[in-house]
Design a protein around this ligand. Structure first.
Ligand code: PLP
Length: 348
């Protein structure tokens, strides 16, 4: 199978399995797992923050951030297409009583500044839920895996600071963003109070994410993690893979970006397929099948028969994600299969 549904399908590297087997462990809820402690220190340093807390998922990292920054009945301003708003089961509202307030996203993965400004500059009003946080996402998943430039974060940060609200970055794929923008994860994280990132996506770890921020905020997040049932014991077994990932898997993301470009170039030549590429693309290729939803169902089914899996995003919209385990040969095979199948679907 050439599985292009997501970079979450990646298998751990042999070096990770080796490190996991040998990991020195302790009880992390007691703060005594040396491998977790080491990973947290390295992760905090990578994004230039004081502290970090290792959590089971990106969803929990974002949730912990919002629960620390916000109170019940307060608002967090998030992108209308953000992962937090669309794909995290409404956790901040369900578990924290936080109102997720959607701000339109630009096609480039940022927030529309005019409506954001309108919310952040509105005078306090007892009819309106108080704003406690603003969140950005980089790379932005549903906006095509778009890397969001530093200049946009700076503009949002300026507005958030004037209102004295916390600023969170969902940086699930922050290293893809840094690569696409030719900058560092540290610089991308700089304007934010907290930043989350995932080990379990393009970095190919089996499990785990991290939330980074000031010592004080992370102490709060550690308590929230316990409340959410995310306090793990000998978690060094999985943290060990994260340490290997930060040392060995960040630079190779360039291969994924090159393979995504290769796939996009191949698909761009096919009639009936409309590519949706953001200005700063990463390891994702979103495209639309112009023949519509029924044809898209057939495309997905026929490709599966030929050993190619795509992500489905909406009725006639697909996502292909390149990752560790997918090379140029797999991209070419997938592209040839899509060409063959989509040609049969076009009206003759
Ligand atoms: C995957 C992802 C998450 C959540 O990560 P999980 O580990 O799947 O919970 C959060 N934000 C973005 C942008 C993501 O792509």
């Amino acid at each position: 199978m050439i599985d292009l549904r997501s970079d979450t399908v990646t298998q751990p590297t042999p070096e990770m399995r080796e490190a996991m087997a040998r990991a020195e462990v302790g009880d992390d809820v007691y703060g005594e797992d040396p491998t977790v402690n080491r990973l947290e220190a390295i992760a905090a340093d990578v994004v230039g923050k004081q502290a970090a807390v290792f959590v089971p998922s990106g969803t929990m990292a974002n949730l912990a951030a919002l629960l620390v920054h916000c109170t019940r009945g307060s608002r967090a301003l998030v992108g209308a297409q953000s992962h937090s708003f669309r794909l995290e089961a409404g956790g901040a509202s369900a578990l924290g009583g936080v109102m997720l307030f959607p701000v339109p996203n630009t096609g480039e993965g940022g927030l529309e500044l005019a409506p954001l400004r309108e919310e952040l500059e509105a005078p306090p009003n007892l009819h309106v839920a108080e704003i406690r946080a603003v969140a950005l996402e980089n790379t932005h998943n549903l906006c095509g895996g778009a890397a969001v430039p530093l200049s946009h974060a700076a503009e949002v940060a300026e507005l958030a600071r004037r209102r004295k609200v916390a600023l969170h970055l969902d940086g699930a794929r922050i290293f893809n963003a840094a690569l696409a923008l030719e900058t560092s994860a540290r610089r991308l994280a700089d304007p934010f109070d907290t930043v989350s990132f995932c080990f379990s996506k393009g970095l190919a770890c089996p499990v785990g994410s991290v939330l980074c921020g000031s010592r004080e905020v992370i102490a709060g997040a550690r308590r929230v993690r316990k409340l959410l049932g995310g306090g793990m014991r000998q978690a060094g077994v999985i943290a060990a893979a994260g340490i290997v990932a930060l040392a060995t898997m960040v630079a190779r993301l360039a291969e994924d970006h090159a393979n995504a470009r290769r796939l996009a170039a191949g698909l761009a030549r096919l009639p009936g397929i409309a590519l949706r590429m953001p200005p700063h693309p990463t390891n994702m290729v979103y495209f639309e099948l112009e023949a519509g939803a029924a044809a898209a169902d057939r495309l997905a089914a026929d490709l599966k028969q030929r050993g190619v899996l795509l992500g489905r995003r909406g009725s006639a919209s697909f996502r292909a994600v390149t990752h560790y385990g997918i090379g140029a040969a797999e991209v070419d095979r997938a592209c040839a299969a899509i060409a063959q199948v989509s040609a049969q679907l076009r009206p003759q």
